[in-house]
Design a protein around this ligand. Structure first.
Ligand code: NOJ
Length: 544
């Protein structure tokens, strides 16, 4: 089985509530995305991954779905959605839906009917009696909650939720659940979507509900991470649903190592086209993501190299709606926001795999400038803050943790212009707009010939048109404290990507000093000295 997406594809992720609001309610909407299609097409994007737009009570901003076949009213209507698919198609852009099937909302009809006592729907969820007044097992939860909640009025029954209490996990041992999901996928494929981003897909199948061995995070995970049952389900979804439509699937996969990752997207097994792993997101953390330390560029280089070499094809990304902005992680960023963003464009577009650009990345948006917890909305951040308080962590440190790690850092509204509301809304934005919007915005960037946006466009265009970048092999050439260099090679042509991942000017590594044919420098550089956060691309046969 081959990839169900062109190797030239460049995907843009939209977090709809933060993208563009057309009715002044402070929340982005589908019409706002339609109105932005020219920006997206102009950027050179081939696919849009839409974070959930389904009907949802928004406990986890749409990742808690109450109806898989309805559009969230605040985002618009099904007609708006169909128009989006059609208008995107006119511009050569395919729409990719977020498929959230580990759990539903507790406001989904299935859960309500389960609560009402319908046996069929009780079997859709994981409901279990406690043991002698205790919880059914000792598992952990992704949002630092107890993973078991009382099922309705029952004194002894609990349902499992690996995320919030309002996100009950589905029972993937039940073939009816599989049949429902196939039906949901076909519903969207029939409306013209071309693929799915599959939310936490490697945890859907629980092979046992036994106690787990005690872990710092997520005790019990040996019972639900990448189980055989999960592989079976993915292969079936691929064979029965995706293949007949030629649709592709990228899986969000947690706690995967390269061996597990390879299994999940090995073409011969026919499950996923590619996966999002997290290891490179963890290069500035101690044990868990809420404890941050300095970003170690060398660790990023090592991790990227490891995955680039281990997998036949990668999903390449540095930002999404769950991660702080990548350029904000550089401790020595200083005044180099724009330069660092350009360097990341160069890096992302020259790695082997499908590049995913997160909204705002193309103008170098940075972390939110939140002053205290009252400005943060994210459920995960609030839970972690509470947990840290329980552990006796002082208030100042608690806030520092949230400030640096909150998912809201990436969710601040898209900055379109210097107008009040950043061109995102005429109303009150659902989340505080970054105060830098007067200078960091799409309109300002459109006027800068050598600006951040222009550089992203240039790199995306190159990524799409250059066969060596699209298809060539990968080999690492240099990993230093600051500089990363790697080669992409196809049919004897060799491109060399060089990234200075630091705010210091540094020497070009000796082995690269013979490279003469400089195709691109993000800083109009040349010679043996790399400027802070400079990206270069060489064509060079000699360096091995
Ligand atoms: C991963 C999603 O990206 C995240 O935003 C969400 O909270 C969890 N899965 C639960 O669906």
């Amino acid at each position: 089985m081959s990839l169900n997406i062109s190797k030239n594809a460049v995907i843009y992720q939209i977090y709809p509530r933060s993208y563009r609001d057309t009715n002044g309610d402070g929340l982005g909407d589908i019409r706002g995305i339609i109105d932005s299609l020219d920006h997206i097409a102009d950027l050179g994007i081939t696919h849009i991954w839409l974070s959930p737009v389904y009907k949802s009570p928004d406990d986890d901003n749409g990742y808690d779905i109450a109806d898989y076949k309805a559009i969230q009213p605040a985002f618009g209507t099904m007609d708006d959605f169909d128009e989006l698919v059609a208008e995107a198609k006119k511009r050569g852009i395919g729409i990719v839906m977020d498929l959230v099937i580990n759990h539903t909302s507790d406001e989904h009809e299935w859960f309500k009917r389960a609560l009402a006592g319908e046996e069929k729907y009780r079997n859709y969820y994981i409901i279990k009696k406690g043991k002698n007044g205790k919880l059914p097992n000792n598992w952990g939860n992704f949002f630092a909650e107890c993973p078991w909640a009382k099922f309705g009025d029952s004194e002894e029954e609990y349902y499992l939720h690996l995320f919030s209490k309002k996100q009950p996990d589905l029972n993937w041992n039940n073939p009816d659940v599989l049949a429902e999901v196939k039906d949901i996928m076909r519903f969207w494929l029939d409306r013209g979507v071309v693929g799915f981003r599959c939310d936490v897909i490697n945890i859907i199948y629980k092979s046992s509900l036994e106690n787990g061995k005690s872990q710092l995070v997520l005790t019990g995970r040996e019972h639900f991470l990448s189980q055989e049952g999960c592989h079976r389900i993915l292969a079936e979804l691929r064979r029965d649903v995706l293949e007949p439509y030629g649709a592709f699937a990228v899986g969000e996969t947690v706690f995967v190592d390269t061996a597990k990752g390879r299994d999940l997207c090995d073409a011969a097994r026919g499950e996923l086209d590619m996966i999002f792993y997290f290891e490179h997101m963890e290069c500035d953390q101690v044990f868990v993501k809420w404890f941050k330390t300095q970003l170690r560029p060398k660790k990023v280089m090592k991790t990227l190299t490891k995955w680039q070499t281990a997998l036949e094809w990668n999903a390449c990304y540095f930002e999404n709606h769950d991660q702080p902005r990548f350029i904000s992680r550089f401790r020595d960023l200083g005044d180099n926001r724009a330069e660092a963003s350009k360097m990341m464009a160069g890096l992302l577009m020259t790695l082997r795999g499908t590049p995913f650009v997160f909204e705002g990345q193309e103008i170098g948006m940075v972390n939110g400038d939140f002053r205290d917890l009252s400005e943060v909305e994210d459920i995960e951040s609030h839970n972690i803050y509470k947990m840290a308080k329980g552990l006796g962590i002082p208030k100042r440190i608690r806030w520092k943790m949230i400030q640096r790690t909150s998912r809201d850092n990436a969710r601040t509204p898209m900055q379109w212009s210097a107008d009040e509301g950043a061109g995102f809304t005429t109303g009150t934005p659902w989340l505080k707009i970054n105060g830098n919007y007067k200078t960091v915005n799409v309109a300002a960037e459109a006027a800068r010939e050598d600006g951040v946006l222009a550089f992203w466009k240039r790199m995306i265009a190159l990524r799409k048109s250059d066969a060596t970048l699209a298809e060539g092999s990968f080999s690492s050439l240099y990993q230093g404290a600051h500089v990363y260099a790697f080669a992409r090679e196809l049919d004897g042509r060799r491109l060399i990507s060089v990234c200075n991942m630091s705010g210091k000017a540094v020497k070009l590594p000796k082995s690269l000093q013979g490279c003469e044919r400089l195709l691109i420098s993000s800083r109009n550089g040349a010679g043996d000295r790399l400027m802070p956060f400079e990206f270069r691309l060489y064509e060079c046969e000699t360096v091995k």
